[in-house]
Design a protein around this ligand. Structure first.
Ligand SMILES: Nc1nc2c(ncn2[C@@H]2O[C@H](COP(=O)(O)OP(=O)(O)OP(=O)(O)O)[C@@H](O)[C@H]2O)c(=O)[nH]1
Ligand SMILES: [Zn+2]
Length: 337
């Protein structure tokens, strides 16, 4: 097992590989088994104690996963149901390609949300603006995207032109891993086909099950023509905003950097006296629409996070209820109300 072969798979960790173990990458996660890819080719192993995500690195000894290698980046989403832990979507994604098109569907707030998600997960945010061929002013869209954050790189292209699609090669070569998010119809599949040189259907993803739904059966992590990796899981396509407070603060650093200058430490920048953010808007240094979008995104994130916390609190109080007896529990609760 040579080091260069492992780095082809995206291995860049300095974690020492234990004696007798092999480092392998998770390419698909099933109910009871995971698909793995090592330098000796693909194999399968039973699921591990911790939930794994496509893109994860694991150590395998005698056909069993013995350890999860610390993740460089991690995308997760809130699982259905209250109080549940975040559900892993993908791990060790170097770049999150945020796909949008240069037309009426272009929405700064949506892109900001995806950028927050990328930064929260420690992925590089790359905004890919498709359908440039159908647009009079693709540059204008690119500039709007780049204004979101200095951490954002934005590009415009025609996804249907394979050569233009390959301008994404720098983000998916030399073992680099790229994942694409974006609304339906923006061109994700078109780009993936161009980057991997194969139709998604032949790669085994998005096959219809008996009920006519799309299911992902295999190959959630595919090799790109450029020598890197493309991750596409069903969860990837449904990635919503969850617990991304830090990511939001990073995207809106122009606002959060001002907050320490506000008179009140817990200033909501909503008309409080001595608010540095309000002052910046009044002085024309901050776009009021951007402040508005920040407020909405933050509120959305708070609601999502609160629901998890509340779910936990409810679960705890229910356990207490069982322990102390229902009547006592009810009395306690009404006492609190
Ligand atoms: N003219 C033009 N058409 C494009 C471009 N990108 C995508 N399309 C077309 O838009 C349609 C939708 O593209 P898809 O690649 O299926 O979009 P998607 O993001 O995978 O959509 P979902 O599979 O629903 O998530 C297809 O007919 C593409 O050929 C582009 O840059 N220019
Ligand atoms: Zn303020």
């Amino acid at each position: 097992m040579t080091h260069s072969e492992l780095s082809d798979l995206g291995w860049s960790d300095t974690t020492a590989i234990p004696d007798g173990a092999a480092a392998m990458r998770v390419t698909a996660v099933h109910r009871s088994q995971v698909d793995l890819l090592g330098t000796d080719g693909p194999t399968r192993a039973p699921v591990f104690a911790e939930p794994l995500a496509v893109g994860d690195w694991v150590f395998v000894t005698e056909g069993r996963i013995t350890a999860l290698v610390p993740r460089k980046s991690f995308l997760a989403r809130r699982a259905a149901g209250e109080g549940r832990a975040a559900q892993p979507i993908a791990a060790n994604v170097d770049t999150l390609g945020i796909v949008s098109s240069c037309n009426a569907d272009f929405n700064v707030a949506r892109i900001e949300r995806y950028v927050a998600m990328a930064l929260q997960g420690d992925c590089l945010p790359l905004v890919i603006l498709t359908k440039a061929d159908l647009c009079d002013d693709p540059r204008g869209f690119r500039q709007q995207a780049e204004r979101i954050s200095p951490l954002v790189t934005a590009m415009t292209l025609n996804a249907r032109d394979p050569e233009e699609a390959r301008s994404l090669d720098p983000w998916c070569r030399n073992g680099q891993t790229l994942a694409l998010v974006g609304m339906s119809g923006v061109g994700k599949t078109t780009l993936q086909n161009a980057l991997t040189g194969e139709e998604a259907a032949t790669a085994g993803i998005r096959e219809d099950d008996a009920r006519g739904r799309h299911t992902t059966t295999n190959r959630m992590m595919r090799r790109t023509l450029a020598g890197g990796w493309l991750i596409d899981t069903p969860g990837m396509r449904e990635l919503g905003l969850t617990d991304v407070a830090e990511g939001i603060a990073e995207v809106f650093s122009d606002i959060t950097d001002l907050a320490p200058s506000c008179r009140f430490r817990d200033c909501a920048h909503d008309g409080e006296p001595g608010c540095a953010v309000t002052a910046a808007v009044e002085e024309g240094q901050l776009d009021p629409d951007r402040l508005d979008r920040w407020r909405k995104l933050q509120r959305e994130d708070q609601i999502n996070s609160e629901t998890i916390a509340e779910g936990r609190a409810r679960h705890k109080s229910r356990q207490k209820l069982y322990k102390t007896g229902a009547a006592q529990g009810r009395a306690k609760r009404s006492g609190l109300e």
